[in-house]
Write a protein that binds this ligand. Structure first.
Ligand code: MRU
Length: 343
């Protein structure tokens, strides 16, 4: 954040172009979250925290009463930008709850709180990496879905953080990168991150995982999470459930990596987690570079057909081997989250 401006990597342009999106106010930041310019649970959370801080700054010259209504209203708008990632709600509430004896002090504290959320994200992602790297043996072959790297969670990521640390430890990990249709976060973002980290990997089509698992070529699966319920059920990118079922069938450990800020004590089970339904355009069209290097959006389906596009699914805790958190590796079981919050 610089003044009231928030700068973020434009993830819609990756991997073809690295550019920075400049958001001047909380409305711009909401647009960036909705359009997936910024995406991934932690990155959305950090952006939502900064959007709140921007709203506090915008309102600083209002009367005390107007200021109060302005920030409450902004918080409601930010919370409506995307429904599933828990970190978005967590960040908005944290910034909304700051105090101070003058408006100026409250505004300063809001900015500090937003920065603190992003800093904590980075620290917790690193902790996840430290705990998770223990699960990765030398030359391990790891399958991952969607993007849960440093683009999705500040600085290190969640699912990819243990892999980055395993690489630093000289374990030579190999990664199967699920393409992750329809937005192709795997093929576009995870693969690009792994190229940057010089980690050996191959992009596979979403329906190739069972083949590699059946051949004994996958040692473990690590995915991220958008929200985790009290009983350990996990909401993550559409297709995660299918990978978990396959892993269970082939006896392959299936790990979820997420900080405690992704757990939602208000959701008893996965049934309480709202699943975002996104535009059918994401399924019917694909965007990529043409032979002249121009970014183009093309129709890739029957022109007379419609599509369905749920963005997430719920993996039941029974088929999750363990959750790698910033506080350690835990087995998902009933009321585990309450225990975590209490301890
Ligand atoms: O819809 P997106 O791209 O915002 O998806 C969220 C995700 O990045 C994934 O579900 C991810 O695995 C968890 S977020 C670290």
């Amino acid at each position: 954040m610089e003044g009231s401006n928030v700068l973020m990597v434009d993830q819609n342009k990756l991997p073809f172009e690295f550019s920075i999106y400049l958001s001047k106010d909380y409305i711009d930041t909401i647009k960036a979250i909705k359009s997936m310019t910024v995406r991934g649970a932690g990155a959305i959370g950090a952006a939502a925290g900064y959007a709140m801080a921007q709203a506090f700054i915008d309102g600083k010259d209002l009367s005390e009463e107007e200021f109060f209504y302005h920030v409450i209203y902004a918080g409601e708008c930010i919370k409506k930008s995307r429904p599933t990632a828990q970190n978005l709600f967590y960040a908005v509430d944290r910034v909304l709850n700051v105090n101070g004896s003058t408006v100026e002090e409250v505004v300063n504290n809001a900015v500090l709180e937003a920065q603190k959320i992003a800093d904590e994200d980075a620290e917790q992602s690193r902790e996840i990496g430290r705990y998770g790297s223990v699960l990765i043996k030398e030359n391990a072959k790891i399958l991952t879905h969607c993007n849960a790297g440093w683009l999705a969670f500040v600085d290190y990521g969640t699912a990819l953080s243990p892999i980055y640390i395993a690489k630093e430890q000289g374990k030579n990990p190999f990664v199967y990168v699920d393409e992750t249709r329809p937005r192709s976060q795997g093929a576009r973002l995870t693969a690009w991150e792994l190229c940057n980290e010089d980690i050996d990997h191959r992009i596979i089509s979403d329906n190739a995982a069972a083949y590699y698992m059946s051949k004994g070529l996958v040692d473990l699966v690590i995915v991220g999470a958008d929200r985790i319920a009290l009983n350990g059920d996990v909401a993550n990118k559409i297709g995660t459930l299918e990978k978990a079922i396959l892993a269970k069938h082939y006896g392959i450990p299936f790990y979820v990596a997420a900080p405690l800020s992704t757990f939602d004590a208000n959701c008893k089970s996965g049934n309480d987690i709202p699943i975002e339904e996104r535009s059918e355009e994401e399924v019917l069209y694909q965007t990529g570079l043409d032979s002249e290097g121009k970014l183009r959006k093309v129709l890739v389906a029957s022109p007379c057909s419609k599509a369905l596009n749920p963005a997430f699914d719920i993996t039941p805790s029974e088929i999750v081997t363990a959750i790698i958190t910033n506080k350690g590796i835990i087995e998902p079981r009933e009321n585990l989250i309450l225990e975590l919050f209490i301890s």
